[in-house]
Design a protein around this ligand. Structure first.
Ligand SMILES: Cc1cc2nc3c(=O)[nH]c(=O)nc-3n(C[C@H](O)[C@H](O)[C@H](O)COP(=O)(O)OP(=O)(O)OC[C@H]3O[C@@H](n4cnc5c(N)ncnc54)[C@H](O)[C@@H]3O)c2cc1C
Length: 301
């Protein structure tokens, strides 16, 4: 810890030491980051990453923390949040959004501007950066469907624009998962539309998420990916085994949705992991298939 403090001493005003990551995850679970930074600009980010690389300090980029389970011991090294990168601009049908902007705010902003293509991401927790990295998918729309290019800080700490096409992406897969580029902003090509039906879609989606209990307790959304070869969504397999409501410590399978685990009361990452193992075992035992984690487990084992 002393070393990390020395390495990043020059970045004092944008750094916190020993920052509990439970404050930065939708699960409200996670031990401390040795150092937690919130840079204001690409230049500041590049300086931080250069210092980290020079001293071999590991780096983790956190979005809104809505798809991660952080270990109880936390994350060693430097955690960087891009929450200050919140630009939003519209030129004609082209939209540019900073990585730290909430995906839901992007959906609302584009709908207000009379642009169609992102409205189904309304009310989905998470940032634009996280949604690009994960290729988030909601109500039959993938984030990659309207993505035209992504502005990144590349592995040499230079700002670069990467043109993308839908075929570069897959279900929950993006090209950014293969390397350490940091997503700074994303550019979308949308189509003009009347804002009123877009507002209706957003209201319906919000209502549906509320019915499924998405906002009743801390969670990280779907625990397991869907897999076409299973013939049914993972939630249905879990539901058929009566897993709703099952508890390990403070973690519980949501009583409203069998593919969501909620932090019922002071759950630890260990509680969640044990519950996930139990769910996997029951599905394997009954159906002979292996469920694949959608949530990402990060941090010190
Ligand atoms: C109630 C609830 C409902 C949800 N519903 C859905 C849903 O319908 N569909 C869906 O797809 N997901 C859903 N999720 C999961 C989550 O909202 C998405 O996966 C979201 O895209 C995660 O974004 P994030 O900013 O929180 O990323 P994080 O969880 O913070 O990070 C996810 C990954 O992205 C990387 N990352 C984040 N930002 C950057 C960046 N700027 N540069 C490089 N790497 C980065 C991180 O390192 C990490 O590996 C739900 C979650 C909750 C809590």
């Amino acid at each position: 810890m002393a070393d990390v403090k020395k390495i990043f001493a020059a970045f004092g005003p944008i750094l916190k030491w020993n920052e509990p990551l439970a404050r930065h995850t939708s699960f409200r679970i996670g031990g401390p980051a040795d150092a937690f930074a919130r840079p204001h600009s690409a230049g500041e980010l590049a300086a931080l990453l250069r210092a980290a690389r020079g001293a071999s300090v590991p780096v983790f980029i956190i979005g809104a923390g809505a798809n991660i389970l952080v270990s109880d011991k936390g994350i060693r090294g430097l955690v960087v949040s891009l929450e200050r990168f919140r630009e939003f601009s519209v030129i004609g049908t082209a939209v540019r959004a900073g990585a730290g902007l909430a995906a839901s705010a992007l959906a609302a902003g584009t709908a207000r501007a009379g642009l169609k293509g992102l409205e189904r991401f309304y009310a989905m927790p998470g940032s634009v950066g996280g949604a690009v990295w994960m290729n988030a998918r909601c109500y039959e729309s993938s984030f990659s469907d309207t993505l035209a290019s992504v502005t990144v800080l590349d592995e040499n700490f230079a700002v670069a624009t990467v043109r993308v096409q839908t075929s570069d992406f897959d279900y929950k897969k993006s090209p950014f998962q293969a390397d350490a580029r940091v997503i700074l902003a994303a550019e979308f090509a949308l189509s003009p539309a009347d804002p009123r039906p877009l507002r209706t879609v957003m209201r319906e989606i919000e209502r549906d998420r509320k019915t499924k209990g998405h906002f009743l307790a801390p969670s990280a959304g779907s625990v397991f990916k869907n897999n076409r070869t299973f013939g049914r969504p993972s939630g249905r397999l879990l539901d058929s085994l009566g897993l709703r409501g099952r508890r390990v410590g403070g973690a519980q399978v949501s009583p409203r949705h069998a593919n969501i685990i909620i932090n019922r009361h002071r759950a630890t990452a260990e509680d969640v992991k044990k519950l996930i193992d139990l769910m996997k075992e029951e599905v394997k035992g009954r159906y002979g298939v292996e469920l694949d984690w959608e949530i990402l487990y990060v941090g010190e084992e």
